[in-house]
Design a protein around this ligand. Structure first.
Ligand SMILES: Cc1cc2nc3c(=O)[nH]c(=O)nc-3n(C[C@H](O)[C@H](O)[C@H](O)COP(=O)(O)OP(=O)(O)OC[C@H]3O[C@@H](n4cnc5c(N)ncnc54)[C@H](O)[C@@H]3O)c2cc1C
Length: 300
């Protein structure tokens, strides 16, 4: 029986692990990867102590910090079920089942999918969810960015330097991104904005070749080599049914990272805490570990 199981090793889970290790807790970390979304970030300029660091470098520093401690790490293992019965938290994965007195859910979030034909088929073959990671692959090509918020405009501004032409396809009639970003995009001379437009299908052969969109009742085919889907994120919380979540599936926590179920804590982007940032996730991870320690200290 572990004292604690930490799910996820992004900034929140890694920081929780560092705090749990320093408290000499007997714990296990189960995670898909080490670093989480930081691996996707190219330039980080807002993590205190580093005026500039790449996401990959920061993830490596996090990993090195983790390796200072003796802990049981299940990397590449997916949690599929968490539930609490008779004061024991059971964590089911694709490889087995584990038990603990308490758990910290730090499973972050993933990009939202469009849900159209061809999206899964051409994922990583022209369809991407990370402009920071993949924009350089589309040099001098015509591309589509789907979305109208800050993420979509951020992707568009990155692509202006790389791609030949960018179609910005948004389902609403007015872009919701910061006006300064919209102005920059419009001023580039490379961006064509399609408002009130819905993606119907993504097509291609080995790689993406085109996208079908519907606008004002008319269907149009755009010939493009890349499609950047930037329509928001979904919290990775589906494996736990019993905790209270908000309308978008974020786990509701209080200022101690406690959920509505005693002994189940959550931290970082998977929660309803605003500001999805590395430094915030780290702080929340630290708080969750200290709360879990406090909880265990009070158990009979
Ligand atoms: C492109 C991009 C750029 C960004 N740039 C910045 C920036 O410049 N500055 C900044 O502060 N923030 C930035 N962010 C946001 C920042 O990366 C996140 O806020 C932060 O990583 C959240 O940390 P987290 O630990 O809560 O979750 P995540 O980083 O999402 O980590 C979640 C962890 O949980 C694991 N996991 C998920 N589901 C399961 C499961 N079922 N079983 C086991 N393990 C699971 C994952 O493998 C991962 O290790 C950026 C994000 C992106 C996508």
């Amino acid at each position: 029986m572990n004292d604690l199981i930490i799910i996820g090793a992004g900034p929140a889970g890694i920081t929780a692990s560092v705090y749990a290790a320093r408290k000499r807790m007997n714990f296990l970390v189960i995670t898909g990867d080490i670093g989480g979304q930081t691996i996707l970030s190219s330039d980080i300029e807002n993590y205190t102590g580093y005026q500039f660091i790449t996401g990959v470098e920061l993830a490596q520093r996090f990993k090195e910090h983790l390796e200072q401690f003796e802990l049981e790490l299940k990397e590449g293992e997916r949690v599929t079920l968490v539930n609490k019965e008779n004061d024991i938290v059971k964590v089911g994965t694709d490889k087995g089942e584990y038990q603990a007195k308490t758990v910290i859910i730090a499973s972050g979030r993933i990009p939202r999918k469009l849900g159209v034909e061809g999206e899964d088929e051409f994922k990583n073959r022209g369809v991407t969810y990370c402009a920071t990671c993949d924009a350089p692959l589309f040099s001098d090509m015509d591309v589509v960015v789907v979305g109208g918020g800050n993420s979509a405009l951020d992707a568009t501004l990155q692509l202006i330097k790389i791609a030949k032409k960018i179609y910005l396809v948004d389902v609403t009639d007015k872009l919701r991104a910061d006006p300064i970003m919209v102005e920059k995009a419009k001023g580039s001379g490379k961006v064509v904005i399609y408002n009130s437009a819905k993606v119907k299908q993504i097509s291609g052969d080995k790689l993406v070749q085109g996208i079908k969109i519907e606008r004002e009742g008319k269907v149009e085919d755009l010939t493009v080599g890349g499609i950047f889907i930037e329509i928001g994120y979904v919290p990775t919380s589906e494996f736990i049914k019993d905790v209270a979540k908000n309308e978008i599936g974020e786990i509701i926590v209080n200022c101690r990272c406690e959920t509505n179920i005693s002994g189940i804590f959550a931290a970082g982007d998977v929660t309803d805490v605003p500001a999805k940032q590395i430094i915030v996730a780290c702080g929340e991870g630290a708080k969750a570990a200290l709360s879990a320690f406090d909880y265990i200290s009070r158990l009979k």
